[in-house]
Design a protein around this ligand. Structure first.
Ligand code: ADE
Length: 230
């Protein structure tokens, strides 16, 4: 069964973009997932294809009109999965949410521009607001690409090495340990001896320690949660 994404945007030419390359591109070519763009502008009622208007109450920027966004959402009504609106106001995205989405049948992603989307259409369609983090992009499209990429790599059959996913679950909630490849010495810097030892148990223990150290040092918030789980 294919995992199907609809992207509602006023910039359909931004897609598939990076999703047409590499792992995600190959997986789409293999029929494991599909992406369809819906041009919100096609649902504008006037011949100038106006999708936005000035905000009630004044202020800078423009707001996407509820009637136009509604019509675009209606055009994909009945499609499986949640409707996700990418916005810095949303719930911060994490790997657990990504896993949940990847286990489902797909999703509809609404990309906003301007100052945002009229609140009423978000309410009317039970839209789930999701943020990539505490920074502001000029629109939802790059965020949509990141969200879709994170989901697609988890779909069954997509990751070449299933081991990579196993390794991720071994490391659940921790940041990655440091990686090294040949040469064993480069510009006077040596690869940690344990990695050259061939002793798998010691290597595993070293990697675990390193992952814990990096997490503790860089992300005390993640570390506190990881400790609570152990
Ligand atoms: N749109 C604009 N900024 C965003 C962010 N930080 N996350 C998700 N969508 C966005």
């Amino acid at each position: 069964m294919s995992w199907d994404v609809r992207v509602l945007t006023i910039f359909p030419e931004m897609f598939p973009g990076p999703l047409g390359e590499s792992l995600a591109g190959k997986a789409a070519a293999d029929g494991l997932w599909s992406l369809r763009t819906v041009n919100i502008r096609d649902f504008a009622p006037d011949r100038h294809a106006t999708v936005d208007d000035s905000p009630f109450g004044g202020g800078p920027g423009m707001v996407m009109r509820p009637d136009v966004v509604h019509a675009a959402l209606e055009s994909v009504a009945g499609a499986p999965g949640p409707v996700i609106y990418l916005t810095p106001r949303g719930r911060p995205l994490d790997q657990e949410t990504v896993r949940g989405l990847a286990r489902g049948a797909g999703m509809t992603v609404l990309c906003g521009r301007y100052e945002g989307v009229d609140e009423r259409v978000l309410e009317a369609h039970d839209v789930v607001e999701v943020s990539l983090g505490d920074f502001v992009l000029s629109g939802g499209e790059p965020a949509a690409i990141a969200l879709i990429d994170a989901c697609v790599r988890l779909l069954p059959g997509v990751m070449g090495a299933e081991e990579s996913l196993e390794e991720e679950s071994f490391q659940a909630g921790l940041l990655e340990y440091p990686h090294y490849t040949r040469p064993a010495e480069w510009q006077g810097r040596r690869v940690p001896e344990v990695l050259l030892s061939g002793h798998h148990e010691n290597i595993r223990a070293w990697r675990r320690e390193q992952a814990e150290r990096v997490t503790r040092e860089r992300r005390p918030d993640l570390w506190a949660r990881a400790v609570a789980r152990i």
